[in-house]
Design a protein around this ligand. Structure first.
Ligand SMILES: [Zn+2]
Length: 292
């Protein structure tokens, strides 16, 4: 659906919050900023959607009207590596986010699969099993236009290396990866530096999941501070001492003609989305003018 790179915030813009308007007015606000993606944060949800169906539907209608692509960030309280009770509760939380995503017409429900508790292989099997059960629910409820989108995780005790995320996508239907570049960078000790570092990730996704998976890749980006166990804090685009740099990714997007959806997880959200968009569009126009 994204026929060009799309940009927007992972969360309600701070400037919008000050206006005290209902959430369905976010797409118009973003459109006025020149942005065209929005990730609704359902990160504290329990077993029931914490949003009325009619409000979710209104948000979906307004998003279509203003051509803003919607996704949902699912509950943080999901752990498919936990004991049986935890897994059941996690499934219900994820399903409540998926249900609301269906009401909105959102494309993805992003989530973190869990925290290691056994061997990595066993934990991965438990995640895939729980996700398959969630997918069975989705199919039986007719929610097949929403993708489960496990996210690469920023801390080393969370399941969610690039490899693990891709394995889940290989094993479970209706699933696509969320590539959180900051998390990959933090988890791997600051690995993403050059265009080729980003290229290796894109190539891996393409080799494992096919070319379509890469074209409209669902991404999170922010500059990030990290320590020995991974992610510590998100930083703005102007805080240059923190990586990963955005330019190498922008160059790659222009070179490969990719149409990713890039959600800003920076502390200033949409303000930095506009910077990311400017950088990518500048790289695309340089390439079109033959400057490379
Ligand atoms: Zn993220």
């Amino acid at each position: 659906m994204a026929e060009h790179p799309r940009f927007g915030p992972a969360g309600i813009p701070l400037g919008f919050e000050a206006l005290k308007r209902p959430v369905e007015d976010v797409p118009e606000y973003l459109r006025n900023e020149g942005l065209d993606a929005f990730e609704y944060q359902a990160v504290r949800w329990g077993p029931k959607p914490q949003m009325k169906k009619e409000n979710a539907e209104k948000l979906g209608i307004k998003a279509k009207e203003h051509d803003v692509r919607l996704s949902v960030h699912g509950s943080y309280f999901i752990n498919f590596c936990g004991d049986a009770l935890t897994v059941e509760a996690s499934k219900r939380r994820l399903i409540s986010c998926i249900t609301a995503a269906g009401w909105m017409g959102a494309h993805e429900v992003v989530f973190h699969p869990g925290f290691y508790s056994r061997s990595h292989e066993e934990d991965l099997q438990h995640c895939a099993k729980a996700m398959n059960e969630v997918v069975e629910f989705m199919k039986s409820s007719g929610i097949v236009d929403v993708s489960l989108a496990p996210e690469t995780a920023g801390r080393i005790f969370q399941l969610g290396s690039l490899d693990e995320t891709l394995i889940l996508c290989e094993k479970v239907e209706l699933t696509k990866p969320t590539i959180d570049w900051a998390h990959l960078h933090a988890r791997e000790g600051g690995k993403l530096k050059t265009t080729d570092d980003f290229r290796r990730v894109i190539n891996e996704v393409e080799n494992r999941l096919g070319v379509e998976a890469v074209k409209e890749l669902h991404c999170h980006y922010t500059r990030v501070e990290f320590g020995r166990t991974g992610e510590r804090r998100h930083h703005t685009m102007d805080e240059m001492k923190y990586g990963p740099d955005f330019e190498p990714l922008a160059i790659l997007i222009a070179e490969l003609g990719l149409n990713p959806v890039i959600l800003s997880e920076s502390p200033i959200l949409d303000v930095d989305s506009q910077k990311m968009q400017d950088i990518v569009f500048m790289e695309i126009s340089k390439r079109n003018k033959g400057i490379y």
